[in-house]
Design a protein. Sequence first.
Length: 540
Amino acid sequence: MPWRSRGIARYSCAAAAVVGAFALKVWVIPFTGISALYALLAIDGAIIIYLMVLVRRDREATRARTHDLLELAPDAFFQADLSARLTDVNQAACRLLGYSRDELLGKTIFDIILEEDASRLKAVRERLLVPGRVERAEWLHKRKDGSIVPLEVSANILPDFRWEAFARDISERKRIEAERELASEQLRDSEERFRLTIEEAPIGMALVALDGRFVRVNRALCEIVGYSADELTTKTFQSITHPDYVDADVAAAGQLARGDISRYKVEKRYVRKDRSTVDVQLSVSTLRNRDGASLYYISQIEDITERKRAAEALRRAVAARDEMLRVVAHDLRNPLTSIIHSVQLAQRSPESGLTKRLDLMLHAAKRMNALIQGLLDVSLIEAGQLKIECERVPAADLLREAVDMHASLAASSGLEICAKAPADGGDLWGNRERIHEVFEKLIGNAVKFTDKGGHISVGADAREHDVLFWVADTGRGMPPDRLTHVFDRFWQLPQADRFSAGLGLAITKGIIEAQGGRIWAESTVGRGSTFFFTVPKAPS
């Protein structure tokens, strides 16, 4: 029988004995008289003394058993009076704090806690005075060697105002918690560094699930494809890839996930949110677990649209250069052949035909010189070194001279040409020869691209600070995409003379801008083109 059950049984027996003795006295008094009562009272006293001995023996046995249990307990036990002076401790408490039992019993609770926790202890004592109240909290205790040990303490105050507490060393738990917190902090720092690395990367980056869903994307990728981060994480890479590249991209991703390849790099095209396309270079690897299984794709995306455009432009330019060299070689070879042939004929012919052949040689040489001068002008224009000497030039005279010089050319092509000069255009500040060169190229192009029976108008309009000139035709016209290129060097319309170097309009632009003016064009397909340019007025 457990000790508590045995104690209850003894108290029950004692109570039954007292009740039985009282009943016996009441029953025997009528028969035995008062002397028997005294005898019975003596018996009662003996019973009570015996019961007291039994109770004390039971209490001492209980206390001994309790003390033994406390001594064997793994947790530290402290008992103190209401003034906090320690009255009992167990061996676990001695081991915990490094004191002997006698040393601890000479101290108060205030001696073994931190000074700053004294007010906290007093507040706990006030709360524990409420009957049945138990306080559980973490405390720091001072060991004999001065070190600090963290404890989890459960305390209460007994009805006789004894203060008792059970304490457990939580140093290991605290160490584990600290390590976990440190690891969590390091993980958070690592994740933050990773986030910033991805977010602030100058190229697009993404963490992609194996089914193609975007899990995490950075700002650069959002800018490349035109979607917000929230929008992208609802999509797959397949859904924003141009249809021409989906199959190859999915196949490469499958090889990567299976481990057939460690990474791959391809050029592909994305479809942006606004349905435009963007060329990118995609580099993909995988994030794997410890077993080597693929978890995510790690993608790096670089916008190469401008690079591809530049590469394509370089291939336009190289082709144009090659064509220009072919044209230049052809144009130079023809006049040179004429010169050589004329010289040979002049050597064999009588003197009467020499003048005509020399004229042919001069004309051919001038063509060669003009072509070479055009190439030189382009080089100077590109270097910003084209210098033009300016002077006062009457605007009306300049316009009339330009029309007169090209009247026979227009007539021979079946075209009508007229001038619309201002009543008083004033004087320009420019170079007469260079402006005539501009008119020659613009009127020459108008004649070339206007069918027989068409009309060419050359005019001028005096303005506040400059004079506006124009050359308009009723020719074929140009679409907007070609109009934007007319002043590019080496550029020609598809129907243009295939032996032209494509430098004329580029040179006119450089000549006009070198004189402080500007040049532009307007055109409508089937209705003709108009080229405008301005030249500053001469200072008064």
